[in-house]
Structures are given as structure tokens and as C-alpha cells.
Design a protein around this ligand. Structure first.
Ligand code: SF4
Length: 112
């Protein structure tokens, strides 16, 4: 039995821009919680990333990372559909993903 592919940020073409942005915001929040992470506590940066994901969803039909370059090859660019294949390692080593969307949970005593 093969393992199911990791779920990605939803790009529902039936949603308007505002609704899509809200759906993405909900999805990433739930995804972070499920993994014991948190979203960027800086609301402004968080909004920029979520808007970037929404824009890519609307433009390409795929939630490409707003902080990574697309190659233009859909097969290869699957790697950078959010959550990308790199985020776990980045959160583990840097405390956050490249785009500063997902953060590791704060340590005890840390503000956050
Ligand atoms: S770097 Fe972060 S925002 Fe970008 S695709 Fe990976 S998980 Fe998503």
C-alpha cells in the first residue's frame, strides 16, 4: 500500500479572492496546529504570505510557494506546492519554513 501524498493548501476555483484567502488561512492554521507548530506571529508577514499563496492559486491553480521560483515544469514544481517538500526540515533546523509561514512552537518561557 502506498502512502498518501501530503495534503496541500486548497485552491478551490469556485471561491472568490476573499473567500479563497480565508479558506487558505483556515487550512494553514489547522495544518500548523496538527503538527504542533504555529503560524508566523507577525500578522503583517503572515498576511503577505497568505496573499501570495492566494495569488498563486488564482493564477496557476496551484498553491506555489510565494517565496520560491517556479521552474515552469508542473511536475518539478510540485515540490514547491505549499506545504513544500522542504518545510519540515527547515522548521526543524531554522525554526521556521523559508517563507516564514510555519514556525516551530515557542519554547517554554518564550513569548509567542
Ligand atoms: S516555504 Fe513555507 S510557505 Fe513556502 S511552500 Fe514551503 S511551507 Fe509553504
Amino acid at each position: 500500500m502506498t502512502e498518501e501524498a501530503a495534503p496541500h493548501v486548497p485552491c478551490d476555483p469556485n471561491l472568490g479572492p476573499q473567500e479563497m484567502e480565508e479558506a487558505i488561512r483556515r487550512w494553514v492554521g489547522e495544518y500548523a496546529a496538527r503538527h504542533g507548530w504555529r503560524l508566523n506571529p507577525d500578522q503583517k508577514v503572515l498576511d503577505v504570505v497568505i496573499r501570495g499563496l492566494t495569488r498563486n492559486c488564482r493564477k496557476f491553480g496551484k498553491p506555489y510557494c510565494p517565496c520560491r521560483l517556479r521552474s515552469g515544469d508542473p511536475e518539478k514544481d510540485r515540490e514547491i506546492e505549499c506545504p513544500c517538500i522542504f518545510h519540515r526540515n527547515e522548521i526543524g533546523s531554522d525554526g521556521h519554513c523559508h517563507c516564514n509561514l510555519f514556525f516551530s512552537a515557542p519554547q517554554a518561557g518564550e513569548q509567542g
